[in-house]
Design a protein around this ligand. Structure first.
Ligand code: SAM
Length: 279
């Protein structure tokens, strides 16, 4: 290890004090202070020497250090303008780390990462977890695996099956593009400051091919969004939200063999695909 291990509580405290930093709530700054969680994330991502990794929100470099120590070539995008100068010190000596200051949601990721495959590994800022995950999935980037710390409640939504309250657009998108698995439960005490919620490490291996065939992916996701936009509505009403009449909605449901009285939250990926194709 080139530098002291940042994930140790006393080292994190020392860095924050030395640089006069105060964790920003607005930016979702909850720094990891549990070395075994950092180790578990790196091992879940199966990081090997030379792996290319995009990290979102390196903070003071806690997870970045774990990734760099495992031999990854890390590109880390951090929004907080104060942190690149801090990272230059805390990660001094690691020549396999590149820090980029910016908002990940406004970053041109293809330009930054190029065409070669890479993994995404991050302890995500919770206030924008869903937009980040959706951006990574929908942009058809050459990402092979997404290993992220998320709120436990978001982890439940990512893995939810049809029929429950957790099942929604995020579940369908994550399960369409990846094979999601909850890898580790993480308590608030593993962070400084401790968040008010439980967390979990999600391991999403990107599929080479979606699990269901759809003729028009855009229509598939329009149908999914419309079905969940008004969860209490029956499908016969809800899918008019894609811009079709009541008659067209009922005809499409009949062609797809789906009862118009059902609600979106009961549909499997395969049924959503059939419905989109019927429209
Ligand atoms: N990786 C560090 C760790 O594990 O201790 C910090 C994780 S902290 C939960 C989330 C980090 O994301 C913070 O450093 C925060 O400044 C950064 N962040 C917040 N919004 C961001 C955005 N839109 N783009 C890039 N980074 C962002």
């Amino acid at each position: 290890m080139i530098q002291p291990q940042i994930a140790r509580p006393e080292v994190t405290r020392h860095i924050l004090k030395a640089f006069d930093l105060h964790a920003s709530k607005r930016l979702g700054q909850n720094f990891l202070i549990n070395p075994s969680v950092v180790k578990a994330i790196v091992s879940t991502a199966e990081i090997e020497e030379g792996d290319r990794v995009l990290e979102i929100g390196p903070g003071i470099g806690t997870l970045t250090q774990g990734l760099a120590e495992a031999g990854a070539n890390v590109t880390a995008v951090e929004m907080d303008k104060k942190l690149p100068a801090v990272l230059a010190e805390t990660l001094k000596g690691y020549d396999n780390v590149r820090i980029v200051q910016g908002d990940i949601l406004k970053t041109n990721i293809p330009e930054l990462m190029g065409d070669e495959p890479y993994k995404v590994v991050a302890n995500l800022p919770y206030y924008i977890t869903t937009p980040i995950i959706m951006t990574l999935l929908e942009k058809r980037l050459p990402i092979t695996r997404i290993v992220t710390m998320v709120q436990r409640e978001v982890a439940d939504r990512m893995t939810a099956r049809p029929g429950g309250k957790d099942y929604g657009s995020l579940s369908v998108a994550v399960q369409y593009y990846t094979e999601p698995e909850l890898s580790l439960d993480v308590p608030p005490t593993s962070f400084y400051p401790s968040p008010a919620v439980d967390s979990a490490v999600m391991d999403c291996v990107v599929r080479e091919k979606p699990p269901v065939a759809v003729r028009d992916e855009r229509m598939f996701f329009l149908v999914v969004r419309a079905s969940f936009a008004q969860r209490r509505k029956t499908l016969g009403n809800a899918i008019q939200g894609v811009g079709i009449t009541r008659e067209m909605a009922h005809a499409a449901l009949e062609r797809a063999g789906i009862d118009p009285q059902r609600r979106g939250e009961t549909l499997t990926l395969d049924e959503f695909a059939r419905l989109a194709d019927a429209i």
